[in-house]
Design a protein around this ligand. Structure first.
Ligand code: DAH
Length: 341
């Protein structure tokens, strides 16, 4: 029996120490130490021994069980270390590998110009006002003294939502003047940038959607001199000191008197060149003194208060600033174009 036990010791310890995997190790544990295992088989034969021999054999058997268990634990630790090693190797990160190039975007060139304009007006005490792109005809036209029958109200010019032509995509930001006068305390100094929509075919200078910036000042004693001085200051900050301007009479239903502001072409100094289309002047915006009818329609007494307003096209300004010759480039978002700015 002693020899049997010795044989079992040699065979089991060797097999365990060389078990190639966790699964095989478990199989061996069952094979040697399990209920139907080899050690149990040897122990079954204890009955054949004399009473004197039994304790010594029992002790030997216990020792063997302990040794096999220890050998299994040792092998388990070795195998698990090897597994971890293999895993680390497989998941290794090569920190010397060159990183993927990160492509960072930037603000759209048109919004750079908008930010510049907002900064100029905020610096002069104006506030920025946001408002709806879906508008009522009342605000887009009527309250701006643009009566029924005015050509700009035609179905072929305007995107209406309703059959009765009452709800539409705003055709101008001028309706923001009304919103400002109806909701704000006097005096008012606001600029309201935003999208506007007209039924225009797309070409190099037209788009059915574009951006305007509306401005409005209402206070006591406001005159055309304030309008001219303020807009001249804005032009100087946008185009540089010494930029020559001219205020040309014009007509808008919601201002009286009305004008357009031109700047002398900064490219040719007024001689005429492709930038100014041979004119020597570039039209920048429409403006005027707020019509008394518009003021009183908003509950403001035109005998006490007066105001001036302006509206300019943002795309046109951006095109001038960045020498962009085709309006479509601004909206197509072709990276080859945008990356230049
Ligand atoms: N809303 C006008 C347009 O779309 C531009 C304009 C002209 C705005 C004169 C004004 C203004 O505020 O006073 O053509």
């Amino acid at each position: 029996m002693k020899e049997l036990m010795q044989k079992l010791r040699d065979a089991s310890l060797q097999a365990v120490s060389q078990a190639p995997s966790m699964e095989m190790l478990e199989e061996m544990r069952v094979k040697y130490l399990g209920k139907k295992g080899e050690l149990t088989a040897v122990l079954r034969q204890m009955g054949k021994l004399s009473a004197e021999e039994r304790p010594a054999m029992g002790q030997l058997a216990n020792q063997l069980r302990g040794d096999i268990e220890a050998a299994i634990e040792l092998r388990r630790a070795e195998l698990s270390a090897a597994l971890m090693e293999a895993k680390l190797e497989a998941e290794a990160v090569d920190v010397t590998m060159p990183a993927k190039e990160l492509r960072q975007g930037h603000k759209h060139p048109m919004y750079n110009v908008l930010d510049q304009i907002k900064d100029i007006f905020i610096g002069m005490g104006f506030e920025i006002q946001d408002g709806p792109e879906v508008e009522r005809a009342e605000y887009n036209f009527d309250k701006l003294n643009i009566d029924e029958g005015h050509p700009s109200r035609d179905w072929t010019d305007t995107f209406y939502f309703t059959e009765d032509s009452q709800i539409l995509l705003r055709t101008q930001t001028s309706g923001m003047q009304i919103h400002a006068m109806e909701t704000r305390e006097l005096p008012i100094r606001i600029v309201a940038p935003g999208r506007v929509y007209r039924k225009d075919e797309v070409d190099a200078t037209h788009s059915p959607m574009f951006h305007q910036i509306e401005g409005l000042v209402v206070d006591k004693g406001v005159t055309m001199a304030d309008l001219k001085a303020t807009l001249n200051l804005v032009v100087e900050q946008l185009y540089g000191k010494g930029t020559v301007t001219r205020f040309r009479p014009h007509h808008f239903p919601f201002t009286e008197p009305s004008c357009e502001l031109d700047i002398q072409c900064h490219k040719c100094g007024g001689k005429g060149c492709p930038t100014c289309k041979g004119q020597g002047w570039i039209e920048v915006l429409g403006a005027g003194m707020v019509h008394p009818k518009v003021l009183s329609g908003c509950g403001i007494d035109p005998d006490v208060y007066s105001g001036w307003a302006f509206g300019m096209g943002l795309e046109r300004l951006a095109m001038g600033e960045y020498k962009i010759t085709d309006l479509r480039l601004i909206f197509e978002n072709d990276e080859r174009f945008l990356q230049q700015f």
